[in-house]
Write a protein that binds this ligand. Sequence first.
Ligand SMILES: Cc1ncc(C[n+]2csc(CCOP(=O)(O)OP(=O)(O)O)c2C)c(N)n1
Length: 572
Amino acid sequence: MSGAHILLECLVREGVDCIFGYPGGVTLPLYDALYDHHIRHILVRHEENAAFAAQGYARTTGRTGVCCATSGPGATNLVTGLVNALMDSTPIVALTGQVAVKLIGSDAFQEADTFGITRSCTKHNYLVKSLADLPQILHEAFYVASTGRPGPVLVDLPKDVLYAQARYSPVSAIHLPGYKVFSEGHTGQIRRAAQLMWEAQRPLVYAGGGVILSGASQELRDLVELLEAPAVLTLMGLGALPSCHPNFISMPGMHGSYAANMALSNCDLLIALGVRFDDRVTGRLSAFAPHAKVIHVDIDPSEIGKIRNPDLPIVGDAKRVLGRVLKVLTELEPAERPRLATARQAWWSQIHAWQREHPLTPAVSASEIKPQHLISEIDRLSAGQAIVVADVGQHEMWAAQFIRFNEPRLWICSGGLGSMGFGLPAAIGAQFARPDKLVFALIGDGGFQMAIPELSTIATHSLPVKVVIVNNGYLGMVRQWQELFFNNRLCAVELESFPDVALLAAAYGLKGRTIQHPSELTPALEDAVREPGPFVLCVKVSPEENVYPMVPSGAAISEMVLGPPQPVAVPK
Ligand SMILES: Cc1ncc(C[n+]2csc(CCOP(=O)(O)OP(=O)(O)O)c2C)c(N)n1
């Protein structure tokens, strides 16, 4: 078999059913092998979008997404997507073409040092120098991408390796002596954690993307119910506990709710599960959860103590560790439960008071469409069941605040990297993975303009994605910071000359429409959802709305700005 056919055979054995990619000179043998192969190749319109689409696919399914690019510019175009996958621990395998082995280092046409360039933006990367190594490397790549803390793995494939012929023999085992996955957690630490959990007066569960990655939603639910503990979920963790669960407060951090941030600031035990104490959550670190002992469960040992030294670290897979913690908690329950009632009553009444004091409520107006109103209408239509893929900016934060997710893997965003341009291609990947699901791509007018070419991919496959553009005429999140922290000196944030979306969609053979009056909102969204195919809906919203609450950078998360500054009465 040729190297290209061996590659496809390995992909089949890994259960790959589709690849998002863009061809070029050195990957021609691969595309020739794909010509009559059952693995689907989805031609995106830019390699970065192949990486984002593979992540939309991976995040909705839990399986490893695959993207493919040619050498040189194709490979360098993948870089943002790779960093994005690394930051959000998303399992993808990126296949890149490379010039022939003997030309490497000669500045050959479309040569780039992909191995060197992607070293720091992948979990691991390989350069395949001989066809004999290809099967082993490829299966290792899938193993490394999907195990432990998942992430992107790149396999660079020289053209002559793809052309060469060899007898294919399947790989029977993977031995990576230097790669250890700790999954069970330390028995003694698990016992101590259970004890601390029962002893706490004001426990708070702080759960993130790691819980979703390990499939630990049920265990998380059992934990909060057993301990009668409140929980906050990070941007990456939304859906790990159903949004309608009574123990769920909301997202914490820079745009988290008052109650979530106050709970963090006042808890006496922080149960951190699959989270990395991101600066957007902690605010000023010295003031973060200042009264709390910290239990930190993470599969990646390098996360432990990276930002906050835990009192009790547990290195392991969230699902397995929580399963074991729950067992010990149940053993200890008869002795510990009686002490719980009064402590929890006080803690919960405090939390409910914070919720009543400053609830998260969407703004609504009779004369203009408030972006929060639009988002809450999407929430109503989704009813906690739709897949919502957000781009980056204000609309993303409002979506995280107001859209409910009653299952994991419904909310997809670019969390760690915050990469504009992510939303549309990631929605494409999600819709390919889940053709049965209603998929919203929620995008700002800035991010949309980074991804317009993917309307062509949507049209080609009649993908029924509902593209909703939250059009405020600005790079909204940057405008908000310029307004609040730079005396409203708006510089380079106005987005003039936005295209007429009905015409733009029609140019791609799609249906599209622009609305701007509140009375049009509900019918337009309902029409878009009823439409069996794709729909592009541009919603002109109030241009100068800001996301609140907001923790200014450098402030403690208890120092939230809860709303726009109130006009000060000038003494006469
Ligand atoms: C690739 C990239 N470039 C720049 C930024 C910085 N940035 C963060 S939010 C934002 C504005 C986004 O504007 P828009 O897409 O219109 O969404 P909005 O904030 O208005 O909802 C910018 C420029 C980024 N996150 N990603």
